[in-house]
Design a protein around this ligand. Structure first.
Ligand code: ZN
Length: 203
């Protein structure tokens, strides 16, 4: 005997929710049932918010961070930001964690990924032409490479260091080391090695 399932409309809703990152089958089902129990208003509010975001949000033409479509982002449009510092990140989603730490007042540049030949991502797939233009427009600027510390992030950082080696800019890399509040026992060997390499004088 065929097992009973939800009506097709609910199945379709679950299938759509399941496509979202971090949502498995059970999570999608729970969300779908919650929406059904909330009634029409909740469904309408969500669909209006989704459409509004999709229609109005694009990427900043200067740095690639999220912005109102066709406009510069909050950082690039802020005249008080320090244009002599450009923090290079892999994705637009990497910008907000840095913003939230509250100690960076420069600008950003989102590469749109990291070099990963295994995934078919090569340097020409990253937004490097616009980065070269920005460096040329700000002689003497500092390029802060805030890409990840995994193999692909390291490869991307090395490539950028070589690409801009002769450009009029200073290239720095985010320090790596011990996470705040952690003891030595919790750190893996690579983290400890980088913490030793990145040590600084306190007296
Ligand atoms: Zn921007």
């Amino acid at each position: 005997m065929k097992a009973q399932d939800y009506p097709p409309a609910v199945q379709e809703l679950i299938a759509q929710l399941k496509r979202m990152p971090g949502t498995g089958s059970r999570g999608a089902e729970r969300l779908a049932l919650w929406f059904l129990q909330q009634g029409r208003n909740e469904a309408r509010n969500l669909s209006v918010a989704l459409l509004h975001a999709a229609d109005s949000i694009g990427t900043c033409p200067s740095c690639g961070f999220f912005s109102v479509r066709g406009e510069q982002c909050i950082a690039c449009s802020d005249p008080t930001r320090d244009s002599s510092q450009i923090c290079v990140v892999e994705q637009p989603t990497d910008v907000l964690p840095i913003e939230r730490c509250g100690s960076f007042r420069g600008l950003y540049h989102c590469l749109g990924g990291k070099i990963s030949p295994l995934d078919g991502i090569m340097p020409e797939d990253l937004s490097l032409a616009s980065l070269r233009e920005r460096v040329a427009a700000h002689p003497g600027c500092e390029l802060i490479l805030a890409v990840g510390s995994d193999v692909e992030g390291e490869a991307t950082a090395l490539y950028l260091a070589e690409l801009f080696a002769r450009a009029d800019c200073r290239i720095t890399r985010l320090a790596q080391g011990m996470p705040a509040g952690a003891g030595l026992g919790q750190a893996d060997a690579i983290t400890l090695m980088r913490a030793l390499q990145g040590r600084h004088s306190i007296s």
